[in-house]
Design a protein around this ligand. Structure first.
Ligand code: FAD
Length: 417
């Protein structure tokens, strides 16, 4: 590129540039696009997901437990009906037990006064549904193969630089570029990082007994093992596995034959679903908890995993990210109504104040669970078994935990009510 071309002003790319079209960034683009805000959505991926393949055939390896609150948000965007027509698996019960002791807690949708506690969905199904919706929104411009490598302040707000050198500017840039967020680094925002001491082994299994709409989680000595229910073509004999364990054990487990891994899984959940057959490759995913020290700067906001990544043991990660963008969209639309600049740091602070505390509390809670269940001290083992038994009997505490798990916390944005 010539020097004179380099000096040209960056092209304006609407009012908001969103970097990252995963579940969180695509939801924000839908929320703003639905309100007629000019938005550019950039993603490094080569192209949109193959919509014909999402939710068909073998399930994707990456799944999420979505709360009823997240479901409501996606429903309001017209994405939920697309997802339901493909594949979502409701669960009405949760069973959590201490494999090292005797404690067990059972939650049910009836106790929570809800039709379901949540749904297990493949991440690709969520993104494909949002992409189908985005294609119909005239103020949203999507660009794939657009890797952002630079970020600068500009007299027009913020500008981003793409890998090929192209520069784009907007009053506000939103970083939805995942846990390792290049934008967060480019902006020099520090994170508090905790190595969880865990990696997660993910795979898909067939089980001899049907899951019965129950999400199961056993706390083993090395970490929690989740069997998340999946129903394929009315066959409730599948589960998605998230086995959090030490990185060494994760390496050993992913190196096992499918048969040996199936046996290890069946033993680890005490045969509750009978024989287990592994039907996909097993993959290890590193788990680090990170929390950005700040969520906003002038003309910049972090959302989703770019702002916080959390241990998956309570299945909260993307639910928190969806709440971030529901709140951010609400604040941005209010700013537009009042004629406030979208990149105003003072105004963006409203978003940060509404979200950082909730996310920090959930990160702390996950740390507490992990430490308590990772402890081998007999006194702690006794305490957690008594604790689990207590929680199971104490309905007010149980109700509170269910509210947390189903996302009904604090002041919800209008799009989630
Ligand atoms: C094993 C495991 C199990 C989990 N289970 C659950 C669960 O049950 N429930 C739950 O709520 N959460 C769960 N989570 C967390 C959930 O997966 C994440 O919170 C969620 O995927 C984050 O979405 P995101 O859109 O913020 O980021 P990502 O999904 O990481 O998306 C980031 C996007 O940014 C793009 N990108 C990155 N860099 C650039 C760049 N430089 N330029 C342009 N584009 C870029 C990427 O291509 C990608 O599309 C789990 C996580 C793990 C690891």
């Amino acid at each position: 590129m010539s020097a004179s071309r380099q000096e040209e002003a960056p092209a304006m790319a609407g009012e908001v540039i969103i970097v990252g079209g995963g579940m969180v960034g695509a939801t924000l683009a839908c929320l703003l696009g639905q309100a007629g805000v000019p938005v550019t959505l950039l993603d490094a991926r080569e192209g949109p997901l193959d919509a014909a393949a999402a939710g068909c055939g073998r399930p994707g390896l990456r799944v999420s437990a979505l709360t009823p609150v997240s479901q409501r948000l996606l429903d309001g965007l017209g994405a939920w009906s697309w997802m339901r027509a493909r594949r979502v698996t409701p669960y009405r019960h949760m069973q959590v037990w201490d494999a090292e002791g005797t404690g067990e807690v059972n939650f049910s949708a009836d106790q929570a006064g809800l039709p379901v506690l949540g749904h297990i969905v493949e991440n690709d199904v969520v993104v494909a549904a949002l992409e189908a919706r985005l294609a119909a929104l005239p103020t949203v411009r999507r660009r794939f193969g657009a890797r952002v490598t630079g970020l600068a302040a500009s007299d027009r707000g913020r500008e981003v630089v793409l890998a090929g050198g192209e520069r784009l500017a907007a009053p506000l840039v939103v970083a939805a570029d995942g846990a390792r967020s290049p934008l967060r680094e480019l902006a020099g925002i520090e994170v508090e990082a905790h190595d969880t001491g865990h990696a997660a082994v993910v795979t898909t299994v067939r089980t001899a007994r049907p899951h019965g709409g129950v999400a199961r989680q056993a706390f083993l000595a090395e970490g929690p093992l989740a069997f998340l229910p999946l129903t394929l073509d009315d066959d409730a004999g599948y589960c998605s596995i998230v086995w959090s364990t030490s990185p060494e054990e994760a390496m050993r487990l992913t190196g096992l034959s499918a048969e040996a891994l199936g046996q290890a899984l069946a033993t680890a959940i005490e045969g509750r679903l009978g024989a287990v057959t592994v039907i996909d490759r097993a993959q290890a995913v590193p788990l680090t908890q990170r929390h950005a020290r700040r969520y906003v700067l002038p003309g910049l906001a972090l959302v989703g995993d770019a702002a916080h990544s959390i241990h998956p043991l309570a299945g909260q990660g993307v639910n928190l990210g969806l709440m971030d963008v529901a709140v951010l969209a609400e604040e941005l639309l209010e700013a537009r109504r009042r004629g406030v600049a979208l990149g105003s740091e003072a105004w963006l602070g409203r978003y940060a104040r509404r979200r950082r505390g909730d996310n920090a509390a959930m990160l702390k809670l996950m740390d507490g669970f992990r430490l308590l269940f990772g402890a081998r001290h007999p006194a702690l083992t006794l305490a957690r078994n008594l604790g689990l038994a207590g929680v199971d009997r104490l309905s007010p505490l149980k109700r509170l935990l269910m509210q947390q798990a189903t996302g009904r916390r604090g002041r919800l944005p209008a799009s989630c009510r």
